[in-house]
Design a protein around this ligand. Structure first.
Ligand code: KIV
Length: 283
């Protein structure tokens, strides 16, 4: 039996002063790639609403969407903790209903932990989730579920008062029992101050190099998302262009009659099998 993914990696990395690497994953392919790349943990982010489901924001994502995609990621056996986002509306309800939703992510989805956006306002549900044995990752700064309150996707924590508020919220999340927190789109200097002030790891996205770890959205990192790319993203590949070129070549070959070629065809012979693994006796 494979060992259970262990959240201890978060505390261990912070203790050792080693940076944590996270990436989002939403399905079998992305989770397998994350595993092969050797990341420390994956997040099934509600960003899937934008990069997979085509919504303008993360707000329409449902708990059913999250369970469905979390289960697909877990079936890939990524071998590392799988943190599942609690989508908008799933924890803006009573603590009992919040726990019911989170339990679905753990039981039906197989998540190791959940992530919720917000600070002090989440006190009651944080206590309820932890009492139900569900580890929680916090998320401060540009919390995308607050897009309407923020008036758009804007850098948060600028100025003395906002910085002090964010430091206070971060201290609260640690004291409330979160095992780590995402800091999204805040000034790099503030993220470094938060990181020094709290004992749990900070995972930055658009928060500079002073965090304990970093996370990027899979589709942004690989150049697969055709929408707006935030300035804090570094695309390490242009797989969207490569994929479009491959499909274009396929279309040309179908139209020109070059595909399928003889090696892609079956004939009336008993030793032919469509699955190469089975043909090699591995199936
Ligand atoms: O939904 C998501 O992918 C996230 C990360 C950007 C942190 O919350």
């Amino acid at each position: 039996m494979e060992p259970q993914p262990n959240l201890e990696v978060f505390a261990a990395r912070k203790r050792a002063g080693e940076r944590l690497v996270m990436v989002t994953a939403y399905d079998l392919a992305s989770a397998q790639i994350a595993r092969e790349a050797g990341v420390d943990a994956v997040l099934v982010g509600d960003s899937l609403g934008m990069v997979v489901l085509g919504h303008e924001t993360t707000l329409p994502v449902t708990i059913d969407d999250m369970v469905h995609h979390t289960a697909a990621v877990v079936r890939a056996r990524p071998g590392v903790p799988v943190v599942a986002d609690m989508p908008y509306g799933s924890f803006h309800v009573s603590p009992d209903d919040t726990v019911r939703h989170a339990i679905r992510l753990v039981k039906d989805g197989g998540a190791t932990a959940v992530k919720i956006e917000g600070g002090r306002a989440r006190g009651a549900i944080l206590a309820a989730l932890l009492a139900a044995e569900i580890p929680v990752m916090g998320h401060l700064g540009l919390t995308p579920q607050s897009v309407h309150r923020f008036g758009g996707f804007k850098v948060q924590g600028r100025g003395k008062d906002a910085a002090a508020r964010l430091l206070d919220e971060a201290a609260f999340l640690e004291q409330a029992g979160c095992f780590a927190m995402v800091l999204e789109c805040i000034p790099a200097e503030l993220a470094a101050r938060v990181t020094a002030a709290v004992g749990i790891p900070t995972i930055g996205i658009g928060a500079g190099p002073g965090c304990d770890g970093q996370i990027l959205v899979f589709h942004d990192l690989l150049g697969l998302y055709r929408g707006r790319r935030p300035r804090f993203v570094k695309a390490y590949a242009d797989l969207g262009d490569a994929a479009a070129a491959a499909v274009r070549r396929y279309a040309e070959e179908v139209r020109g009659g070059a595909f399928p070629a003889p090696e892609h065809c079956f004939h009336d012979a008993p030793d032919e099998d469509p699955d190469p693994a089975r043909r090699a006796g591995k199936g």
